[in-house]
Design a protein around this ligand. Structure first.
Ligand code: KIV
Length: 262
């Protein structure tokens, strides 16, 4: 999957399927299932590192996980999130950090924000670094919102988000993530833009969908937003397996003769 392939999907009306990945094992499983795009999301701060938000994720963390995912990926497009403070300070820092993520194996980077990051998107695009935008409930601004809250509900906010989406497209973004916004607004943005939109909590009319891998597999249950659909219940399966293992070791039932060398 390449960026032009992804953009063709919109013209063809074929949905794009994206999921987060943080390591080689799950990258191989996701690819075997035939998904299109792997996002090395800074959500790893929450689901892998156990923090309450994504703000403490560093460039070093992102480079490490990007190398794991890109090293294992064979067909899908690998996009790496730019962590908090890696692109906000200056255009120069933003371009350098985006370039480092490409050197780690990503084909593109994603960053959060609208008008405030347009100059970053323009500069990166000019230097051949493909950029995915991210609008709506952008998790790195959690303190500004006072929590993980739906954005774009009022007319003024909705108009601002539509203007931001247009500005990101004009700056060269090749696609946009739309997170936690009314479905009607996401549909309007999707119709207005010629680049694909990937929704998460943004209704069915986006050009594709993304979910956090551990949410969709039912592994992470500390906070389950309304838009998450668990397609499996791997935490329950893991608990059952681990409890059985504990019991069998305690009762001397494992290992048996067939699990032993002779
Ligand atoms: O970090 C992440 O996982 C994301 C997705 C939820 C879009 O940005």
């Amino acid at each position: 999957m390449t960026i032009p392939d992804l953009q063709k999907r919109k013209a063809e009306g074929r949905k794009i399927v994206m999921v987060t990945a943080y390591d080689a094992l799950f990258t191989r499983i996701v690819e075997e299932a035939g998904l299109d795009v792997l996002l090395v999301g800074d959500s790893l701060g929450v689901v892998v590192q156990g923090k309450k938000d994504t703000l403490s994720v560093t460039m070093e963390d992102m480079l490490y996980h990007t190398k794991l995912v890109a090293g294992a990926a064979q067909h899908s497009l690998v996009i790496a999130d730019m962590p908090f403070l890696s692109y906000q300070v200056s255009v120069e820092e933003a371009v350098r950090n985006a370039g480092r993520l490409l050197q780690a194996g990503a084909a593109a980077v994603k960053l959060e924000g609208g008008a405030a990051v347009v100059d970053r998107v323009e500069a990166m695009t000019r230097f051949g670094i493909p950029v995915m935008g991210h609008l709506g409930m952008t998790p790195q601004s959690v303190h500004k919102y006072g929590g993980y809250k739906v954005q774009g509900k009022g007319v003024e906010q909705a108009e601002q988000l539509l203007a931001d989406a247009r500005a990101l497209e004009a700056a060269g973004a090749f696609a946009l993530v739309l997170e936690a916004m009314p479905a009607k607004l996401a549909a309007k943005i999707t119709q207005t833009l010629s680049i694909p939109t990937i929704g998460i909590g943004a209704g069915p009319d986006c050009d594709g969908q993304v979910l956090v891998l551990y949410d969709l597999l039912g592994l992470f249950d500390q906070f389950i937003p309304k838009f998450v659909k668990p397609y499996a219940h791997l935490k329950a399966d893991a608990l059952q397996a681990l409890r059985r293992y504990r019991e069998e070791v305690e009762q001397g039932k494992f290992p048996t003769d067939s699990e032993s060398y002779h």
